[in-house]
Ligand binder design. Structure first.
Ligand code: NAP
Length: 683
């Protein structure tokens, strides 16, 4: 097999650089155990300690774990057929709505089973049958789990300790070097899988460390809103999280640690921004130019630049004399103590910033152009107790089932409330309030909770209850901290946009001036300018943005015709608006990309790209589908889900189970693999 001269030489004076050829991934295949945690092994745990550990745990998860640990079938059936069982499930409801008495009784039952398992020498549980596995899935969430979900969830659970998404060494991978742009969550994942398959690769990262969005968004209060035990790689231990919804520093440290665990660091060029990537047809390589003047080449190119990456600051007239900065460029050197702060924007970011700074500032004025829908997540700021960390590390499968408990109740159920029922008519006679019966139910539930948080204050109620259908924009979740913050004496919520800046303040869209020492832009990101400002030119030098003509699209959000060997992660049509986790989505995409690279290697091809028919058909189906969702509602005036033309290109309108199925491997008929045609750089 040919290799590329440009990547097999060492750095030369021309500025071209080589790949680091160390493809090894020391923990290839990953680990789903609790390894690495210093926790007390079960043999050393007294009854009293055990009791206190169990007090921390999710009871449904604990009981399902006990089914694995039980000595015999009678004990298993006693759990599964007994009266102590979850009454149902809801996103982030860890106790299955069980009564306090039932929880106490269930913990006692679990204590006996675990003590018995301990006294039997803590044997590795026997594998369970597929029938029992499905029964456990349905039992823990108290609802049916459709047959089509079982394979996906079985893979997620990984009770056999195997990482089914791991790559095996691919014959020919060594001759297929890959350039990855971005070392955020998805770029790092791609690097791990490329290493497992045996591809030489280099990762170009504009920042000085990994983590992408979690590197950049260091604003006060930044934390994830998908449960941390699910918002993490499926193949890595999750026994270390200190909070159920980790804050930015912990997430940042996580990505750093995973990078090192998998030997990725030597492959990453930090502080190097890719500016241009050109497909060299003659040689069958991508030529990537960087901000440092370096040229890096690879036979394949993976863009992992993220979607919510380039800060958006609206263009407004006037100048402000004091510090003004975007939340993703937080200025730690600006002390907010006793200052008047005006924050513009109150989406997922702004609603986290306000509670975190409200106590410190003299005044906080929040300009909120539209109110946001939110629902309760009472444990949003909760710490993970020692018992949970201990259980994940020491009770076989506790951590895996806890992951399932976070994932399944939010998996595809949110999509139902997002689909427009064309025959539905709301109380106003239209679809401004809601787009279907189930959407109306969501409205009632969300509105009741929001209104309940502001003590019925009519002025505030008028400002915080949205005037568009629920789930139409990114739905927030809170434990009440945002709404409580709005009731503080030094905080004012203004339901208006921004008109202009003045040297000492901000004038809102109603013409009212708000004095400020500091201005914070919490105005989001240029989500629809996907891949920008990177310029990617495929066959014939055609720029990707020109090819898109402001309608960004890609087959499964990943591949584009005429852009051979080019793959996007978190590309167009992959953002999730109805549950799940972007990490799960990226694991699907990376597996698919690796499948494409395998096709290329197996067929000894030069290039792989989707057929135009498959690409256009995918786009048409996505657009047809997305137009049937609340996200496209004409009653939503502003949303980063919508592009300037009012269409929605960034969201995935499909069920996760479908996306998982479609991305398991590329459909060979969707692709053209071209043979070599005089590759200039071959040796
Ligand atoms: P965003 O959702 O786009 O919100 C931007 C805010 O700025 C909105 O309040 C918006 O008002 C306002 N705004 C934008 N342009 C404006 C203008 N010209 N004048 C006045 N106001 C303007 O951005 P974000 O809050 O940074 O969140 C973006 C995404 O990042 C989220 O959806 C989520 O995916 C991710 N995120 C996640 C977390 C988490 O996991 N916890 C935290 C933060 C962010 P309108 O609503 O009227 O448009």
């Amino acid at each position: 097999m040919p290799t590329l001269a440009a990547v097999s030489d060492t750095n030369d004076s021309s500025g071209r650089s080589n790949f680091d050829d160390t493809t090894g991934s020391p923990t290839s295949g990953g680990s789903t155990s609790g390894e690495g945690l210093i926790a007390q092994p079960i043999a050393e745990v007294s009854e009293e300690q055990l009791r206190s550990f169990l007090d921390d745990l999710s009871v449904p998860t604990l009981l399902v774990t006990c089914v694995h640990l039980a000595a015999d079938d009678a004990t298993r059936r006693n759990i599964l057929d007994g009266p102590l069982r979850p009454a149902g499930s809801y996103l982030n409801e860890y106790q299955g709505f069980m009564s306090d008495e039932d929880q106490v009784a269930a913990r006692q039952l679990a204590l006996e089973i675990i003590a018995d398992w301990r006294d039997r020498g803590a044997p590795t549980p026997e594998p369970i049958s597929p029938e029992l596995l499905k029964e456990l899935m349905e039992w823990i969430v108290g609802m049916p789990v459709g047959d089509e979900y079982v394979p996906m969830m079985t893979e997620e659970l990984a009770l056999d300790g195997r990482d089914d998404r791991a790559e095996e060494p691919t014959p020919g991978a060594q001759d297929l070097p890959v350039v990855v742009i971005g070392c955020g969550m998805s770029g790092l994942l791609a690097a791990i899988r490329l290493g497992q398959a045996g591809h030489p690769y280099v990762v170009l990262e504009k920042n000085d460390g990994p983590g992408g969005t979690w590197w950049e968004n260091r604003y006060p209060g930044a934390r994830v809103d998908v449960g941390s035990h699910f918002y993490c790689y499926s193949f890595e231990p999750s026994d270390h999280w200190s909070e159920f919804f980790a804050r930015q520093p912990e997430l940042q440290a996580y990505f750093e640690r995973v990078m090192d665990n998998h030997g990725v660091r030597p492959h990453v060029r930090f502080g190097v921004e890719a500016t241009d990537a050109d497909w060299d047809e003659e040689r069958g390589v991508w030529v990537v130019s960087t901000s440092s003047g370096e040229i890096v080449e690879g036979r394949a190119l993976i863009s992992a630049v993220g979607m919510l990456n380039r800060p958006f600051v609206p263009e407004v007239e006037g100048d402000f004399d004091g510090p003004a900065f975007h939340t993703a460029r937080w200025r730690d050197d600006v002390d907010l103590t006793d200052r008047d702060v005006v924050m513009i924007g109150a989406g997922a970011t702004g609603f986290q910033v306000a509670p975190a700074i409200a106590e410190q500032v003299r005044s906080l004025t929040v300009l909120q152009r539209s109110a946001q829908w939110m629902f309760p997540n009472l444990g949003y700021h909760d710490a993970v107790g020692d018992g949970v960390r201990w259980a994940i590390a020491n009770l076989p499968y506790y951590g895996r089932w806890f992951r399932f408990l976070i994932f399944f109740p939010g998996c595809d159920t949110g999509l139902d409330a997002a689909i427009v029922d064309p025959d539905y008519v709301d109380a106003e006679g239209g679809q401004r309030l809601a787009v279907s019966e189930i959407n109306e139910m969501a409205r009632g539930f969300f509105a009741d909770w929001i209104i309940g948080q502001v003590d019925g204050d009519p002025d505030l109620v008028a400002k915080v209850v949205p005037d568009y259908p629920p789930t139409g924009k990114r739905t927030l979740q809170d434990n009440g901290s945002w709404l409580r913050t709005l009731t503080r004496g030094n905080v004012e919520l203004v339901r208006a946009g921004v008109e202009r800046l003045e040297p000492d303040g901000v004038v809102d869209s109603d013409g009212v001036k708000h004095r400020a020492d500091v201005v914070v832009w919490a105005t989001g990101f240029c989500a629809n300018d996907l891949i920008s400002p990177l310029r990617i030119r495929g066959r014939g030098g055609v720029d990707l943005h020109d090819a898109w003509a402001r309608r960004p699209r890609a087959l499964l959000g990943i591949t584009v015709p005429e852009f051979p060997n080019f793959f996007m992660l978190y590309g167009p049509g992959t953002n999730l608006a109805s549950g799940g986790s972007i990490i799960f989505s990226s694991e699907c995409q990376v597996r698919y990309v690796m499948g494409c690279l395998r096709l290329l290697a197996e067929q000894h091809g030069t290039s792989i790209e989707p057929t135009t028919a498959a690409y256009e058909d995918w786009f048409d189906r996505c657009q047809e589908r997305v137009r049937q969702t609340v996200w496209a509602s004409p009653h939503i005036a502003h949303s980063y889900y919508k592009a300037d033309d009012g269409e929605v290109y960034v969201l995935n309108p499909w069920r996760l189970v479908d996306y998982w199925t479609w991305t398991r491997e590329p459909n060979a008929t969707d692709y053209v693999v071209s043979a070599a045609t005089g590759r200039g750089a071959s040796t």
